[in-house]
Design a protein around this ligand. Structure first.
Ligand code: CMC
Length: 428
């Protein structure tokens, strides 16, 4: 296999190196394209063919349906690890030993206070505000209360910033939910595990003792792991590109949250549940919605189906579908929405339109059903996604800064007006 690619343009040949990833993925390295060809650039809307970086964090093979964090399969991690171990793995590259994990958790606990003044900012939002907007704003506001910029040449400073956000973010998530529900804003409980503590912060009722439900915590832990990272998706690319201007970690994360909010990305989990509820309210006629999804004159899309990279089953969807069955069974919940989802999935997998376009259920198709069973309100689903994705965003930001990547600044092809004389207001 050649390690060079040749481009012929205007009778001249240009050679570019072909680089190979550790799983044999190939890329034409066009770093010198513009300079060597006297101005040619590439154009690739949506970056369908463009690699923005090399990365050692997550490997994804969309054709084979493979997902690995730092070399470990998502199936193994979801089954055998807990979320904090996975967060450490994603960020620092190796699974922690017992001592490292204990220290990591203790350091997070030490940083889990959020300045009381932040409550005033939260108070200024109407109850109707979408939690993702609130969370993005609060994450950005954290900068004002933790103003030091991260010295990326110092491992200690980097570690401190990472631990701080892993500690404070769950408090912001819990406060966002509690404010919406009119519940008092509380802090965490140092004696609990990371995920259990998040759950308690979110749901403890005033005057009531919090009782741990193993099934709920395990399911939540698994969901967070499954959302941990997914290489250069829309929100992660946002975090990297904002961070590439040397904006701080919290500012980059706040931008990532906004990117995740959209219904084509993380917001799909909320959209899926709303779609399933709409189908149920409409008499459960899945065929009608299948037809709408295929109709090019109808903007409706089957939410939770299709993926830019997976052209096979999303491995996370397989795990979540099984978990949804188990969790609902264990909690003794019979949810007709689950049956509608299964029916829709079966029809789509057998439908030529979906088969031809390789549209399979993605991570968001079944996750909302579990969140609902766990008592999480629908408009908090994408917030849960953000909670899971936090270590991924942090690891990608850290990698980008440690690699010294240049500022992200794509080019364009201008297709507007050519130079024209200015026309005075009276003469227009
Ligand atoms: N329902 C109906 N048709 C679809 C769907 C869908 N969900 N997804 C793609 N298509 C069709 C699309 O109309 C196009 O058809 P044609 O070739 O005839 O024009 C073809 O499939 C290719 O779609 P595309 O929009 O060019 O593909 P993309 O890679 O740009 O988009 C996607 C990927 C995930 C945005 C898209 O599949 C989609 O909108 N899905 C629904 C939203 C969703 O579930 N998003 C969550 C993604 S997974 C979690 C995450 O990453 O956040």
């Amino acid at each position: 296999m050649s390690d060079k690619a040749t481009l012929e343009y205007n009778g001249q040949k240009y050679e570019f190196p072909v680089i190979k990833g550790s799983e044999d993925e190939l890329a034409i390295d066009i770093k010198t394209l513009r300079a060597s060809t006297g101005g040619l650039i590439t154009i690739d809307p949506g970056y369908k063919n463009t690699g923005s970086c090399t990365s050692a964090i997550t490997f994804l093979d969309g054709e084979k349906g493979i997902l690995r964090y730092r070399g470990y399969s998502i199936e193994d991690l979801a089954e055998k690890a807990d979320f904090l171990e996975v967060a450490y793995l994603l960020i620092f590259g190796e699974l922690p030993d017992k001592e490292q994990l204990q220290k990591f958790h203790n350091d997070i606990r030490e940083e889990s206070h959020v300045d009381e003044e932040m409550k005033k900012i939260l108070d200024s939002f109407p109850k109707s505000a979408h939690p993702m907007g609130v969370l993005s704003s609060l994450t950005s506001a954290l900068i004002a209360f933790n103003p030091s910029t991260v010295d990326v040449s110092s491992e200690a400073a980097m570690y401190h910033a990472i631990v701080r956000i892993l500690a404070k973010f769950p408090v912001l998530v819990a406060w966002t939910l509690r404010k919406k529900k009119g519940l008092p804003l509380e802090y965490g409980d140092d004696t609990l595990g990371y995920v259990e503590n998040i759950h308690k912060m979110m749901f403890r009722r005033p005057g009531k003792t919090y009782e741990k439900n193993e099934i709920v915590i395990e399911a939540l832990d698994k969901l967070l792991i499954l959302h941990g990272d997914h290489e250069q998706n829309c929100s992660t690319s946002t975090v990297r590109i904002v961070g590439s201007s040397h904006a701080g970690l919290f500012a980059s994360l706040s931008a990532g949250i906004s990117a995740l909010w959209g219904p084509l990305h993380g917001g799909a989990n909320q959209a899926v549940l709303e779609m399933l509820e709409a189908i149920q309210a409409d008499g459960g006629d899945t065929k009608k919605y299948m037809a709408k999804a295929k109709d090019k004159n109808d903007p409706f899309r089957l939410m939770g189906f299709g993926h830019r990279v997976y052209k096979n089953f999303d491995p996370r969807a397989r795990i979540i579908k099984k978990a949804a069955d188990e969790v609902l069974g264990d909690l003794g919940i019979e949810d007709p929405i689950l049956e509608i989802a299964k029916g829709l999935e079966k029809e789509a997998l057998e439908d030529q339109y979906f088969v031809d376009r390789k549209l399979y259920p993605n991570v968001d198709f079944y996750s909302g059903i579990i969140y609902r069973a766990l008592g999480i309100p629908t408009d908090m689903f994408t917030v849960m996604f953000a909670l899971g994705r936090l270590p991924g965003w942090i690891s990608q930001w850290r990698e980008m800064r440690l690699n010294g990547e240049p500022i992200g600044r794509p080019r364009q092809i201008y297709i507007g007006e050519n130079h024209r004389p200015f026309v005075a207001l009276d003469a227009r």
